[in-house]
Design a protein. Structure first.
Length: 305
């Protein structure tokens, strides 16, 4: 049997039920904050970035979440575990509100962990999810991308994957040289109802080599055949195993690839500028802090003029 026949998935009718969150990256863009604290736990207002991501998965019924961690990341497991001392202290004070807030992370999903021994790329990280995933489609959510819960992306991606099978990636339109920070797709048609068929993908092209202005963001719904494709994929230009390259391989095998184009609010918390914007924006909208904080911000901005 040829590899193409092997990789041909039945059109999926099962909506993915599991999520994989790669969180083994070193956080070099954010040192020294990330020297000890995993970048995934940096707070966006008062909630660690990763809790937003797990909440997004849980809201879509992805009840089992595998976090791919690495050395120095054990605080992630603690965050999603009970904290008896803290809980006792709050219980004694009768602080039900804070108690609920710290318990939320333990109640969102069934959490699973595995370690990627070396940071050898996103594709390598995802390959450690094979035993957890089994023979079902699954979602991959990157911890750097926070999608505002008021805007729909993952729900649509899961529906499209259940309907069409194969691979579904989240896409945004970017302008100019920004495409070189992302995977880029070559469309196979027009955007219809926010969905576009994808002919092929390449990782972080030079602006002049980009196949379109549609960039892959940190949301994927993948078929289990991706693991075989990852095994068949060579290391990319930056010496890492790229998920983009394995997706291209599957596409070449005849597996359908679609993108869902997102134009809602997204915060790249791995980038310091965008992280700061996310904190300010979400602080302004925060139910407890928002009114006071935005009042202060208005005054502060005036002092800059
Ligand atoms: C990764 C992927 C890239 C994708 C990006 C989205 O890159 O390799 O294809 O566009 O995530 O955030 P990274 O940001 O990890 O370098």
């Amino acid at each position: 049997m040829s590899s193409a026949e092997q990789a041909q998935p039945a059109t999926s009718t099962v909506r993915a039920r599991k999520a994989v969150i790669p969180a083994a990256g070193l956080g070099t863009r954010f040192v020294p904050a990330t020297k000890v604290v995993p970048k995934e736990l940096l707070p966006v207002v008062d909630v660690p970035a990763l809790e937003y991501i797990v909440a997004e998965a849980a809201a879509q019924g992805l009840a089992d979440v595998l976090v791919i961690t690495g050395r120095g990341k054990s605080a992630i497991e603690d965050h999603f575990d009970a904290a008896p001392q803290l809980e006792d202290a709050l219980e004694r004070k009768g602080d039900k509100h804070r108690l609920a807030r710290i318990r939320r992370s333990t109640e969102l999903a069934r959490m699973h962990y595995t370690r990627q021994p070396e940071a050898r790329g996103l594709g390598d990280a995802v390959s450690y999810a094979e035993a957890f995933v089994g023979n079902e489609p699954f979602a991959v959510l990157l911890g750097d991308d926070i999608i505002d819960e008021r805007d729909v992306l993952l729900a649509r991606m899961l529906d499209v994957q259940a309907e069409k099978g194969g691979i579904v990636v989240g896409l945004i339109e970017v302008s100019g040289a920004a495409i070189s920070l992302y995977g880029s797709i070559k469309p196979a048609g027009e955007v219809i109802d926010g969905v576009i068929a994808v002919e092929t993908l390449i990782e972080k092209p030079k602006p002049e080599e980009a196949l379109s202005n549609l960039a892959v963001i940190g949301r994927y719904v993948l078929p289990p055949e991706i693991f075989d494709a990852l095994r068949r994929t060579e290391l990319g230009a930056r010496g890492e195993l790229e998920l983009t390259d394995a997706m291209r391989t599957l596409g070449q095998d005849g597996v359908p690839v679609h993108g869902v184009v997102f134009s809602g609010r997204r915060y790249d918390t791995g980038d310091r500028q965008d992280y700061l914007r996310a904190v300010v924006r979400l602080a302004c909208e925060h139910p407890e802090l928002g009114a006071d904080f935005s009042g202060w911000l208005r005054e502060f901005v005036r002092t800059l003029e």
